[in-house]
Design a protein around this ligand. Structure first.
Ligand code: SF4
Length: 197
């Protein structure tokens, strides 16, 4: 079967069923509740928030970014399946905003992960976010939402920037930090299961 024939239908379905993982790193996140609830009701576009990155295709980053949060942003982004899309919401996210001269603010998010749509403002109102989401949907439909491809094609460049900031081998170091905690948690779940059996 030639899947190319189905491509327009697939893209239409994809743009109308976006599951969002929202990373509310700062005050911009306060716009999310009115967006999702009855005032603006984003669900009518088939969108819904999802706490699991592995099941979300849209990554909405809504606030200032520090090296510490950037690590989580990169790890979350890499956990999402392809095709995936990124919206940078607010000046701080895009270029540090009012914190641009703070020692600990990331000034350029798109040097570390790719971005499809930028929503300027401090903080952008829900109408601007809706506009950004409409733009995202248009780009998905016409095939120009290609940040996930750019990340793969230019992975060496993104990795170089990430390593310059965090030092080489930072993923392994992060994994080692979290592994004991995950193992403890698994043991606890196992014990509870045994108790209930
Ligand atoms: S852009 Fe404004 S609203 Fe958004 S995180 Fe920065 S200071 Fe807060």
């Amino acid at each position: 079967m030639d899947w190319k024939l189905w491509e327009p239908l697939i893209e239409f379905a994809r743009k109308r069923s976006l599951w969002i993982v929202s990373f509310c790193t700062g005050c911009g996140g306060i716009e999310m509740p009115p967006l999702m609830t009855s005032r603006y009701d984003l669900e009518r576009f088939g969108m819904m928030p999802n706490p699991a990155p592995r099941m979300a295709d849209l990554f909405l980053i809504t606030g200032y970014v520090t090296p510490k949060t950037l690590k989580r942003i990169i790890i979350t982004y890499e956990m999402q399946p392809d095709p995936k899309y990124v919206i940078a919401h607010g000046s701080c996210t895009i270029n540090g905003g009012i914190y641009w001269d703070a020692y600990n603010a990331i000034k350029r998010l798109d040097a570390y992960i790719p971005v499809d749509v930028y929503i300027a403002g401090c903080m952008p109102r829900p109408e601007s976010v809706m506009e950004g989401i409409n733009k995202m949907m248009e780009m998905i439909e016409n095939g120009t939402a290609d940040s996930w491809k750019r990340y793969k094609e230019n992975y060496e460049w993104y990795k170089k920037n990430q390593d310059e900031l965090f030092g080489e081998g930072w993923r392994e170091r992060e994994a080692k930090r979290w592994l004991p905690w995950i193992m403890d948690d698994l043991k606890r779940v196992e014990k509870e299961r045994e108790k209930n059996d």
